[in-house]
Design a protein. Sequence first.
Length: 495
Amino acid sequence: MPNARPVVGPFRADQIVALGADGEVWRASGPTGRVAIKIARGDKGPERLAREAEILEQHAHPHLTRLERKGRGFMVVEYVEGKSIEQWSLGRPLHEVVGVCLELVGAVMHLHQAGVIHGDLKPGNVMVDGWNHVKLLDAGNGSPHGERRGTPGFTAPEVLKGGASTMASDLYGLGAVIYASFAGRAPFDTADPAAVLHLPVSSIPVPMSAWRTDLPLRLERVVSALLNRDPARRPDLAAVARVLGGAWKDRVAKPVLGMARARMKLMSEVARASDGAGVVVVVHGPAGSGRRTLIHEALKAARLEGMEIHSKLDIARFKEAWAAGSRPVAFARASSKEARRLGRVVLAGSQGALLLLYSPRPSSSLAKAVQLTPDTFDSDDATRLGRWLGVANMGEVAKARTATRGHPRTVWIALEHLATRHLDERAPFALPPASHRVLEALEQHNGVLPLDRLARLADVRLTALPDATAPLEASGRISVDPSGWIVRLVDLDEP
């Protein structure tokens, strides 16, 4: 139970607002107006409170709470009227959320420059006041090296595994808070307490654009990097500040819509391969179902994990990578004999590797492979995509989803057609620029090209080529040989 209402000089408490093992916080009033009185509790409380008071006194900052008075076992700080950053951000326009996140980065950078580790970055410790400015709370809890702190859902994987809080673990917490501010949910949003502790260690969060469709591309990338499971791969705060500061000039990230179940499973398999397992995933479904979209996302996640992307199926090169301590990744059609051979090598090995295969149906020849099929778009997925593309008539969006059986890639193509039909009534569907470059390259080279040469001619990264070819394959404009490495232009005028 909390103590009786405390009185500290002219400050008189009227309501308790927080209670924990190390202390309690009271709202109070005094000659300077509303304040908060913090009272130490427990064995560690007095030491932590004294440390917080010292830090606030020596390292004042506009986005840290202001110290009014300190004493033995207590301190008085300004009382912040407002909401947590996650609550405040709901429904806010992008530029306002970017602005408060930039202030938060500045506060954390100020602490780190002073050698202070916050240790418990979470939305509840980041308040936005009535003037829409950030106040970072509990800064003085700044953990000394060797101490382990944090809140489930916002704690770095290395701390969950028993490590101490560090400046790198603060970067993870910062990324999780920014993620929650834009996405409206934590990176691993689950009510299962065991999963909250397990998933940050064993999986990779889906990109923020799965929940919000107006995010700048570099912003999404830098937040994903902050949430990297490897502390050494997280960007520094100066780089994060530059990305936030330039967010207005950046192009919008392509939204990651639908397929939530398949995407989360695939991210777990990427993490498992990165951790040293030999993993083969067969993503199966009809053309246009989103198979290669998922594979492309898995390749991006693998790159963030520091895995080595291989553009060709080559067992010898995989073995060379293993000998060098790398974790190789490749993708191909499941019908390729070379892919099946490599799949058996990966599954039989004892080192980290990831082989991603796509197929119309599950693979019976790779019994130990993970068999995964994309989820179809539900009405909410289609509506969000339609709004992002600028389709005015939601009735037409519903009809398009039904006509395409909810297959993500074909829904996308149909809605792009609806969005651009008023510009050119003759257009069969709208294509992204990379897809147009793929068509042009094929037309200029007799309609047949190997995958690697096509990528060079179309100026598309090989790992991004599936996203450019998927709408063409789904609409029947191109075909891919069973080997997975030869692309052919289909003559649409043939009977």
